[in-house]
Design a protein around this ligand. Structure first.
Ligand code: FAD
Length: 464
């Protein structure tokens, strides 16, 4: 048996740690270098902490709806923000401990320190104990990203928050100005509006959630409006009029000033590519600093790969992990190409939003003659039973071939439902395939069968 391939992975987020475990399972000699906490942004400052807080406010929301459900609670139902934050931290820790255990089980070595490339096949790590050099046959860069910090705002001010510092708040702000109505801004708005914060969102684009179907985004904006969240579209922040000790005042387009206790800047991410030694071997980056890769996830330098947020593809945890698996196959002699045609997009607001494949406009832009089928959750027995009947599911199909092209949905658990459509799109299934499949009753999932029937104008439960 030959020597095991030595793979060094810089960064232990969902890209790096998944790559590490898979590479070890395939017999490689693997070291993961992590400067902070295993699990990366996702587990410590992103996906999981936000979902933990959303879990808390969803429970709070249900408890407050006792009269509708037929129960009363003695005493006040009041949020305990300190406990919510503790719970969030506990969940992250449980999952982090899980990765440490998986590393142990799979014999993945962890070096805690800051890694940087130091010439061909060399990674230098600065640890608490000093500097050590790791030799590698293959290097995978998985250093991820961090909140974009426009020079425009002074992030040293305690009133200016990024998604990271918003997850470390010790008290609920009375008012919050959110710059950017993308996924992260909307998730934070969902959390804090339920906690009683007065929220104003400012978005440059003509719709909230600019990557989602425009009809869905419009309905969603109506739901936010009913919650008392003010959303200003096609509006830019022109500058900060005042950084007070306990408030901030921003000038927004149209001559308006908005004052809030805190301001959350959620306008995107920037790659962690500074000071990681890319220049020592000549790894190419693009104009925004993201590492350029081909669809085998190779950089321009032989034996150096880049996965996840740092390559600027689709900045999602499940994409980072998928890319980790692809890169490992290629490190170990395979020839796998990244395929990002079917990536579910999920937004964990109240209600949730999910989409995959093409929406109606995108399908038309790609030359299809799309046809859609829709099912409103107001007619779903399960949605009514759980008191969450807001929203709908919509399937988009090719009218010529009946192939499923995509779906977009809003409502309870749609982030779990979306995978049925992901499987359909990836495998060229037809609307008939979905419509002919028996879906359990009563479930939210059966809405997809109804929407499939509706594509053919034959939904039994669609009124008009
Ligand atoms: P990261 O998770 O950023 O991990 C990179 C790791 O590398 C970090 O641990 C970092 O400490 C380490 N590192 C960096 N430089 C070095 C160095 N020089 N040496 C050693 N270690 C280094 N995505 C979803 O799919 N679903 C969601 O619900 C979701 N919610 C999100 C909510 C928020 C608020 C945010 C900010 C992001 C969210 N994301 C979500 C995006 C998701 O977190 C990222 O896409 C994902 O974490 C990217 O994984 P990664 O492994 O590429 O990088």
């Amino acid at each position: 048996m030959g020597e095991a391939t030595r793979i060094v992975i810089i960064g232990g987020g969902p890209g790096g740690y998944v790559a590490g475990i898979r590479a070890a399972q395939r017999g490689a000699d693997v070291t993961v270098v992590e400067k902070d906490l295993l699990g990366g942004t996702c587990l410590n400052r992103g996906c999981i902490p936000t979902k933990a807080l959303l879990g808390s406010v969803e429970a709070l929301h249900k408890a407050r709806a006792g009269a509708e459900f037929g129960f009363s609670v003695a005493g006040e139902i009041a949020p305990d923000f300190t406990r919510m934050m503790e719970r969030k931290n506990e969940i992250s820790k449980t999952l982090r401990d899980g990765i440490h255990a998986l590393f142990k089980k799979n014999k993945v070595k962890l070096v805690e320190g800051r890694g940087r490339l130091a010439g061909p096949g060399k990674v230098e790590v600065t640890t608490a104990a000093g500097t050590e050099t790791l030799m590698a046959d293959k290097i995978i860069i998985a250093t991820g990203s961090e909140p974009a910090r426009l020079p425009f705002f002074d992030f040293e001010q305690p009133t200016v928050l990024t998604s990271t510092s918003a997850l470390e708040l010790t008290a609920v702000p009375q008012s919050l100005l959110i710059i950017g109505a993308g996924v992260i801004g909307c998730e934070f708005a969902s959390v804090f509006s339920e906690l009683g914060t007065k929220i104003t969102m400012v978005e440059m684009m003509p719709q909230m959630l600019p990557l989602e179907d425009k009809r869905l985004a419009k309905q969603f904006q109506g739901i936010f409006k009913k919650k008392g969240i003010e959303v200003l579209l096609k509006t830019k922040v022109e500058g900060i009029a005042e950084y007070g000790a306990d408030h901030i005042t921003a000038n927004v387009e149209g001559g308006r000033q908005i004052t809030a206790e805190k301001m959350l800047v959620s306008i995107g991410r920037q790659p962690n590519t500074r000071d990681i030694g890319l220049e020592t071997v000549g790894v190419e980056t693009d104009g925004r600093g993201y590492i350029v890769v081909n669809d085998r996830l190779e950089t321009n330098v032989e034996n150096v790969y880049a996965i996840g947020d740092v390559n600027g593809g689709i900045l999602l945890a499940h994409v980072a992990s998928y890319e980790g698996l692809v890169a490992v196959e290629n490190c170990l002699g395979g020839n796998v190409r990244r395929d990002l045609r079917v990536v579910p997009s999920c937004i964990y607001t109240m209600p949730e939003i999910a989409s995959v494949g093409l929406n109606e406009d995108q399908a038309r832009d790609e030359g299809y003659e799309p046809v859609t089928g829709t099912f409103r959750l107001g007619a779903s027995g399960k949605a009514l039973a759980i008191g969450e009947a807001q929203g709908y599911v919509q399937i988009v199909a090719d009218s010529k071939t009946d192939k499923v092209l995509g779906a977009n949905m809003m409502g309870p658990h749609v982030t779990d439902l979306i995978h049925e459509i992901a499987v359909a799109v990836r495998n060229n299934l037809t609307v008939k395939d979905i419509g002919d499949t028996i879906h359990a009753h009563p479930t939210i999932g059966e809405a997809l069968m109804e929407a499939a029937h509706d594509v053919h104008g034959e939904s039994v439960h669609v009124a008009g």
